[in-house]
Design a protein around this ligand. Structure first.
Ligand SMILES: C[S@@+](CC[C@H](N)C(=O)[O-])C[C@H]1O[C@@H](n2cnc3c(N)ncnc32)[C@H](O)[C@@H]1O
Length: 253
């Protein structure tokens, strides 16, 4: 049984669903435009609604107050941007960007929380942000940087637009730290998630891409080093769900 499981996982890796680095930008943009109408539903089903708690924990860790400014990149349908809006308060500013107009069109239908900062959405590539340097108290990305073709460029841009002393937060899937959970989680990710994701979104390849892209994502230490190289100090790492999701926060030097 265990051998069978390992063989199936190996086969999943053999049929690598990742685009080449040259194809990735256009592939990812087309994929999110296509799944946008079902994205929120799928997020809730596939994470058993845990994604709300992970975003809330991210906002809490940023210690924002009324009047703070925040930017959420790869914002998708805007859930983290709206959570930031509540924390920045009525005197605050929240900007949010994504390169998928399909995802942004869903975000724009949502309503700013009462007493929250207004949220301004803009279509933009995370590798070349249209915002001035040293602008925001917090710059965030949730489940987005993994999809960016050049993550060094993406992280460098996040740090550039943060104020000195501002926080740069990356919430992303990672490899679970407990071996027993890793086996269960990989079975779920490679065999169950693509089936459910494919049925609901009509695009099975998008949900086969997801676990393969998590495998290609840097581990905690490498991501910490990326943030430090881009200009952050004091990088902290907080794990959720036995490390299946990790929150990295750095402070801009
Ligand atoms: C998995 S979704 C995450 C959305 C949202 N942050 C959330 O937590 O639900 C990834 C998002 O990253 C966006 N994205 C990927 N590469 C991008 C890039 N180079 N520039 C801007 N957005 C990008 C996609 O369009 C998509 O909306």
């Amino acid at each position: 049984m265990f051998t069978n499981l390992v063989t199936q996982m190996a086969q999943s890796h053999a049929n690598n669903p990742l685009p080449t680095p040259q194809q990735k930008h256009a592939y990812v943009q087309d994929m999110f435009d296509a799944i946008a109408p079902r994205y929120d539903l799928l997020n809730s089903v596939l994470s058993m609604r845990l994604h709300h708690a992970w975003r809330d924990a991210t906002v809490k860790a940023l210690a924002l107050t009324n009047g703070s400014s925040a930017l959420d990149i790869c914002t998708g349908t805007g859930d983290l941007a709206f959570a930031l809006s509540g924390a920045c308060g009525p005197a605050g500013v929240v900007d949010a960007s994504d390169f998928s107009e399909g995802m942004l069109s869903i975000a724009r239908t949502k309503i700013t929380p009462r007493g929250g900062a207004p949220v301004t959405f803009q279509q933009a590539d995370a590798q070349k942000l249209p915002y001035a340097g040293n602008t925001y108290d917090a710059v965030t990305v949730a489940f987005g940087m993994r999809n960016v073709a050049d993550i060094t460029a993406g992280i460098t841009e996040m740090v550039r637009v943060a104020k000195p002393g501002g926080r740069v937060a990356i919430l992303e899937f990672n490899q679970p730290t407990k071996a027993w959970f890793r086996v269960l989680y990989r079975f779920y990710s490679f065999h169950i998630l693509p089936v459910i994701g494919g049925l609901i979104s009509g695009r099975k390849s998008a949900y086969a891409y997801l676990p393969a892209s998590v495998d290609a994502w840097p581990d905690r230490e490498t991501l910490t080093a990326h943030l430090q190289t881009a200009g952050c100090k004091s990088v902290s790492v907080t794990d959720f769900l036995f490390g299946a999701v990790a929150l990295h926060i750095g402070v801009k030097r």
